[in-house]
Design a protein around this ligand. Structure first.
Ligand code: MG
Length: 457
């Protein structure tokens, strides 16, 4: 059991190792707090394909029922499918049992409001307060909730995604797509969507398996070598891979080159803005400056947030923005729902490429200005994190522009920046940089990693 005052919610929901860091009693108590927070109505509960998914999900359902909430069980679904169904089918809220891209032993609980979007940070704290104060509502024999199955979640989600793109225009291009499902939850939804768009589909790791035997639950350039090879060997137009719960998508072009989410996000953003000029985009301080150039072309604005999908999603809602993305491959298309969605992003990418009428690599070179990035992480003495950030900031010497949205971002010149930010969960300071040359980006990261290391020793 967690000690009092310890934060339960991290960057993206509550994460734990079932039976090791936390037991199912914890999950029941937490879910009673969630049910108390919702106060009324029916809550939709789903899970990804993890081995502990059924056990944790049953505990979530028990906790919600015990607080008096009614429950609809969606079973195994991608996170964005659950979130979309909460909004589209009119639930009071949703609880997704998932640890996203984390290794197999983890699981977690993610809470969405009636709009399907993760509840705001302040509401996470309300749930934590109910949990620690032990002020959960305890229903008696006549107010206890009832549970039922809800079988229409995946179908509603697929129809929702397909309704947001020009299916005919995509089908005319007769794309060949290789999809690496990573044994994750999109296996039950994304293949049907891509086939419905008239694509020839080849799937890898498409059997849901909570041990993630294929390539692990996190899609990265290192783990997607099979996807690249398959794209090349069948001469596909593109490849796409999802994380364990299907909210993030990473693409590779027709040559098998795997792209970071920044690049694919910029390409889709350009297409979305072309159809909606003058609109607003949202991304974190850590993603590429290429997006400002793209936005300018379409008379659009870019809002920069702290790192984290919840910040981006909530800013999209508050500022009525149309699209948002993260460098890890999470894209949010507001007309669908303001959450990250791997299958929605895939459908938009296909429509974008159909519209551009050129290969993926050509479209990318044509649309997205090329910048180079570098990253490092420095282990720090947690008591000296603040000193490390101060030391980095001092380097600006009043000469360079500083942004303090999340950590310290220093613009060294018009096209070079370095971002120094402390991790929310580990004793680590991350250093990111971007520049017009790889050498420039590498040098910046080396310089600032050293400053952080010295100041935090
Ligand atoms: Mg995820």
């Amino acid at each position: 059991m967690a000690a009092p005052q310890q934060r339960l919610f991290g960057t993206n929901g509550v994460r734990f190792v079932p039976g090791v860091s936390h037991d199912l009693d914890f999950v029941i108590g937490l879910s009673e707090a969630v049910g108390t927070y919702f106060a009324s109505g029916e809550v939709l509960v789903g899970r990804d394909g993890r081995l502990s998914g059924q056990a944790v999900s049953n505990a979530v359902v028990s906790g919600l029922l015990s607080s008096g909430r009614d429950v609809a069980e969606a079973g195994l679904v991608p996170t964005p499918a659950l979130q979309y169904a909460v909004k589209a089918l009119g639930f009071r809220g949703g609880v997704m049992v998932t640890a996203s891209h984390n290794p197999a032993k983890y699981n977690g609980v993610k809470v969405s409001g009636s709009d399907g979007v993760e509840v705001p940070r302040l509401d996470e704290q309300k749930i934590e307060k109910i949990f620690y104060d032990k002020s959960q509502t305890k229903a008696d024999w006549k107010t206890v909730g009832v549970a039922r199955q809800e079988a229409s979640v995946v179908r509603a989600y697929q129809k929702g995604v397909l309704s947001k793109v020009n299916a005919k225009a995509v089908a005319e291009r007769k794309f060949t797509v290789v999809m690496d499902l990573g044994n994750g939850a999109q296996s039950v939804a994304a293949p049907y969507i891509v086939e419905s768009l008239g694509c020839k589909l080849i799937t890898l790791n498409s059997v849901v398996d909570g041990t993630f035997p294929g390539r692990g639950p996190e899609p990265t350039p290192d783990t997607l070598k099979d996807l690249s090879a398959a794209v090349r060997s069948v001469g596909a137009d593109l490849g796409v891979a999802y994380d364990g719960d299907g909210d993030r998508s990473i693409f590779c072009d027709e040559s098998g080159a795997v792209l970071w989410g920044d690049q694919s996000g910029c390409l889709v953003a350009d297409f979305v803005l072309e159809k909606n000029p003058g609109n607003t985009l949202v991304t974190s301080v850590a993603s590429t400056q290429a997006i400002e150039a793209i936005a300018k072309k379409h008379n659009a604005r870019v809002l920069r947030t702290k790192v984290g999908a919840v910040e981006i999603a909530r800013t999209i809602i508050e500022r009525n923005a149309i699209f948002g993305f993260e460098e890890n491959g999470g894209c949010i298309y507001q007309p669908h729902i303001s959450v990250r969605d791997g299958a929605m992003t895939t459908a938009l990418m296909l429509e974008c490429l159909a519209n551009r009428g050129m290969s993926f690599s050509k479209a990318l070179a044509f649309v997205v200005p090329k910048y180079h990035q570098a990253k490092a992480k420095v282990e720090v003495n947690p008591k000296k994190t603040e000193a490390a950030l101060k030391a980095a900031e001092k380097q600006a010497k009043g000469e360079f522009e500083i942004e303090k949205v999340d950590g310290v971002k220093i613009w060294m010149d018009k096209h070079s920046w370095v971002l120094i930010r402390a991790s929310g969960t580990e004793p680590i300071v991350r250093v990111f940089s971007e520049s017009e040359t790889q050498d420039g980006a590498d040098q910046l990261v080396r310089k600032f990693a050293k400053i952080v290391k010295t100041a935090s020793a």
